[in-house]
Design a protein around this ligand. Structure first.
Ligand SMILES: [Zn+2]
Length: 439
């Protein structure tokens, strides 16, 4: 597979620091694998979100891409160790944040090296435009240069002879039985499949809504060392066509570095609410306006949904909330009521116990374990009775449109389109390719 390395062109040079703007040559190749459309190589440190190949067709070399603006660049700063320097003072001259320096100095390999730091040796740091340290390279007298890289929030040393790359991979598939069965067949790593399931979980329930013949495409990064894949990276864009309806998501990083998934139109996919308060469960009794009550024997509405789950199963808050009630209430048994914004309330009933610290007036976060499944009150066996009420009226939790996060501010639109338009285009292209390959 053809891969290219970054070319670094001098952008501006001052005595104290040198800054480089990155220019990337991207090549593209078709892979002879089922469902695989294309993969192309990107050099390490490349800010993949900001790279926009202009066209994707069959195997071809794309023209060199220039960074769109300053914010799309990474920078290299360099300093020489002076006589009398400690590693910390040398790092401080690179304008690296004190906290980051402290973290670096507590990593084993840097601490070992700090003892033998000598004047005249070069230290090079790569930062994002907003000054976040990505990699740092220390010249050493007695060994090859040491490079320390920020990886998943930790600083990790790498052998400087290693070639690290981030490649962008695009894959598509079709559901035959399950999401994970299909992503496996398409060669999509589980981590990416999870990100995809999570991203679309506000729109789709992957346990119940999947249809045979549903299709999906994913564009994501994979980290390579010396040409071998070492770790799945991040989902950049995805499409899921469920029962003929297309759902799309693109990753967007705002000016302050906060990342989130949005529709190509800029609507946030971040969950205002989880669809279910349990991790593994099935609906044993649905929301109805009238049913025969298993204990009372007469017909009356079932104002919530019952999830079958064993006693002690963890119950999660489906949204950020304040605890309105936690105690015993009639047929509900042990009941937890959470008050959310927009007039939403959620009820969790028949609980065996509440989580520590969950009592009226306390705040809880979405996904936080707030209670445990039980069979208290009017209940025939362990299960969770879950209700969603809007302005006091019970609604079908599985059918209502749950509130999401607010859409992008107008001021962010230009940045959003710049980052995501090409991914949206590629999703459409991938879909066509996938269907053509399979039908
Ligand atoms: Zn119930």
């Amino acid at each position: 597979m053809p891969l290219t390395k970054l070319r670094i062109l001098t952008h501006r040079m001052t005595r104290a620091e040198r800054r480089f703007s990155l220019r990337t040559l991207v090549t593209l190749s078709s892979l002879p694998l089922f469902g695989v459309v294309a993969a192309f190589g990107l050099a390490p440190d490349t800010n993949t979100l900001d790279i926009t190949p202009q066209t994707v067709t069959e195997a071809m070399v794309l023209p060199a891409l220039t960074a769109a603006n300053d914010s799309a660049s990474t920078y290299e700063r360099e300093s020489l160790v002076q006589a009398g320097d400690t590693l910390a003072t040398a790092l401080a001259r690179l304008k690296i944040d004190d906290l980051v320096i402290q973290r670096l100095l507590t990593t084993d390999v840097v601490r070992k090296m700090a003892a033998s730091v000598s004047a005249g040796k070069r230290i090079q740091a790569t930062t994002t435009a907003d000054g976040q340290l990505q990699t740092i390279r220390f010249e050493r007298g007695d060994a090859p240069a040491l490079t320390v890289r920020l990886q998943d929030g930790r600083y990790v040393a790498e052998d400087s002879s290693d070639v690290l790359e981030t490649r962008i991979v695009m894959r598509s598939g079709r559901i035959l039985s399950s999401l994970y069965g299909a992503t496996d067949s398409a060669g999509i790593p589980d981590k990416i499949a999870n990100q995809m399931a999570e991203t679309f979980s506000t729109a789709l329930d992957f346990r119940d809504d999947l249809r045979r013949g549903d299709t999906f495409s994913a564009i994501y990064t994979v980290n390579y060392r010396n040409g071998e894949p070492i770790a799945a990276g991040q989902l950049l864009a995805a499409e899921f066509v469920n029962a003929g309806k297309a759902h799309r998501a693109v990753l967007f990083r705002d000016a302050s570095g906060v990342e989130g998934y949005y529709t190509p139109e800029g609507e946030s996919l971040k969950k205002g609410f989880l669809r279910s308060p349990l991790e593994f469960s099935r609906v044993t009794s649905s929301f109805t306006n009238s049913r025969k009550h298993p204990i009372y024997g007469f017909h009356r509405a079932h104002t919530g949904v019952d999830f079958g789950a064993p006693t002690g199963a963890r119950v999660k808050a489906t949204g950020d909330a304040t605890v309105a009630f936690a105690g015993r209430r009639g047929g509900y048994g042990n009941l937890l009521v959470l008050r959310h914004s927009n007039g939403f309330e959620t009820y969790y009933a028949h609980l065996s116990a509440f989580a520590t610290g969950v009592r009226a007036g306390r705040s809880v976060n979405q996904g936080q374990v707030v209670a445990y499944v039980g069979s208290t009150g009017a209940s025939t066996g362990p299960h969770l009775h879950y209700e969603v009420r809007i302005a006091g009226r019970p609604q079908n939790p599985m059918a209502i449109k749950l509130p999401g996060s607010p859409p992008l501010a107008i001021a962010q639109r230009a940045r959003f389109l710049l980052q995501t338009a090409s991914w949206s285009d590629k999703l459409v292209l991938l879909r066509g390719t996938n269907l053509a390959a399979l039908d």
